[in-house]
Design a protein around this ligand. Structure first.
Ligand SMILES: Cc1cc2nc3c(=O)[nH]c(=O)nc-3n(C[C@H](O)[C@H](O)[C@H](O)COP(=O)(O)OP(=O)(O)OC[C@H]3O[C@@H](n4cnc5c(N)ncnc54)[C@H](O)[C@@H]3O)c2cc1C
Length: 408
């Protein structure tokens, strides 16, 4: 497993379907079930939604965020300073073990000697779960551990992971013989293979080797914390993605074909996208999705401070402009213009819920176009219907630019 996560994406997915996020199913003994469980072979999100919730998404926010029973702005009253944000996710995993509600938690440590290379583990103690705090923002074969789950006789399991992993886990759930499964989802977009993360950090930072933590913040900047504690920040608009060969050269086909940024099939999703700034306050946000998600929220609630959801601005003009840029990509503007754009984004751009909506819509649009350009024949199988409903507002501008309808 150590070796797998250090490989390039091309090495990792050799012999697999072209679109693969290396979720771990294919390296486990469950590989024969690939056609039934992989979201890049056939996206079954709407079928799984009906099983979990008895319905599909309603119009409005659910189209972007997935079905939820409640949503909250939260942070740990005593934050874990080593966590990605305040440590809600690992605290929840640790609590499940402490209270005897599960026997094991699938979570992701770092490969020894690295800060960011993921190493999935079947944690049996609260300490092990806490030690897995912080993102290792690279493709991680977490479902490979389902073999260990079966072999060790674990019947009550918690799983922490990304949406491609959760799609496969939900699709295979009934075959695992588990008595209880809690799914704690983290939102995820534009993940990369480990060597590509190192390439990205080279262009983003003056000292890439000392970065211990980084995040694409809601203030339109990447914040990078170094070993000595200092924080380096770079505007999104200043990132020279062309030096990496463009988005297609760094992001795996799978992440460009993903339509579930918000991990909608989890019991509870814990992210930061809609949380209020500034980042050092470590506010997070959560969507409680299922009855099991309500149990998880009640479990962690005594340890939380609760804030308020907010929003500012109107995303639709900016997102319409993004559709035009998808069709006619522009060159990176000169420094003074970039400075102005960064200022405008920070001071006039959408905030809170509206920021989250804008980011999700842009990713849906970009990925729909990627699938059409690169894997057109797969569109009907791997793009769920809710995507077209979610993007209907941009139908006219899409048609004007691309000369075809947004719907298939
Ligand atoms: C690649 C990636 C992209 C993300 N993008 C977004 C985003 O765009 N918007 C957003 O709101 N949130 C995003 N998140 C989630 C967010 O950054 C935090 O992980 C989340 O809010 C939990 O914070 P925490 O302090 O509660 O987590 P912690 O308590 O620090 O726990 C982090 C958990 O993440 C798990 N983990 C770490 N790396 C991986 C991995 N590669 N695969 C699977 N699980 C992993 C660990 O096992 C651990 O359980 C992303 C996470 C990852 C890994």
């Amino acid at each position: 497993m150590h070796e797998i996560t250090l490989m390039s994406v091309a090495e990792r997915i050799q012999g697999r379907p072209k679109i693969c996020s290396d979720c771990g199913i294919c390296s486990s003994s469950y590989r024969p079930m690939l056609p039934q469980v992989c979201m890049f072979v056939e996206n079954r999100a709407e079928q799984i939604e009906r099983k979990l919730h008895g319905r599909n998404r309603n119009d409005g926010d659910e189209l972007l965020f997935g079905i939820y029973r409640s949503r909250h702005v939260i942070r740990m009253a005593k934050p874990n300073l080593d966590a990605q944000w305040s440590g809600v996710v690992t605290s929840l995993g640790a609590l499940l073990l402490e209270r005897g509600m599960v026997e094991a938690v699938i979570t992701t440590m770092a490969v020894p000697g690295t800060h960011h290379a993921p190493l999935p583990v079947l944690a049996r103690t609260p300490e092990e779960v806490r030690a897995s705090a912080r993102n290792k923002p690279c493709l991680s074969p977490n479902l490979d551990l389902l073999d260990q789950v079966r072999e060790s006789g674990v019947k009550r399991l918690a799983f922490i992971g990304t949406s491609c992993q959760v799609h496969a886990l939900r699709a295979i759930e009934d075959h695992l013989g588990l008595e209880k499964l809690y799914v704690i989802g983290i939102p995820c977009t534009d993940n990369v293979a480990y060597p590509d993360l190192l390439r990205f950090l080279q262009i983003a930072s003056k000292s890439p080797d000392t970065i211990v933590h980084h995040e694409f913040m809601q203030d339109f900047r990447v914040w990078m914390r170094h070993e000595d504690g200092h924080i380096e920040k770079i505007n999104y608009v200043d990132l020279d993605v062309s030096a990496l060969g463009g988005e297609l050269a760094i992001f795996p086909a799978a992440c460009l074909s993903c339509f579930d940024y918000q991990n909608s099939l989890a019991d509870i999703t814990v992210g930061y996208l809609s949380a209020p700034l500034p980042p050092p306050e470590r506010w997070q946000w959560t969507m409680v999705r299922t009855k099991a998600g309500e149990e998880l929220f009640e479990l962690i609630r005594p340890f939380l401070e609760v804030g308020t959801l907010s929003e500012r601005g109107n995303r639709q003009v900016g997102v319409s402009e993004y559709v035009r840029m998808l069709k006619r990509p522009r060159k990176r503007p000169p420094f003074p213009i970039r400075k102005l754009i960064a200022w405008m984004q920070r001071n006039r751009g959408p905030r809170g819920m509206e920021f989250a909506r804008s980011v999700i819509e842009m990713k849906l649009l970009r990925n729909l176009q990627y699938v059409r350009d690169a894997h057109g024949r797969l569109e009907r199988r791997i793009v769920p219907d809710y995507v077209y409903r979610a993007l209907a507002t941009y139908g006219a501008v899409y048609e004007e630019e691309f000369g075809r309808t947004l719907t298939p």
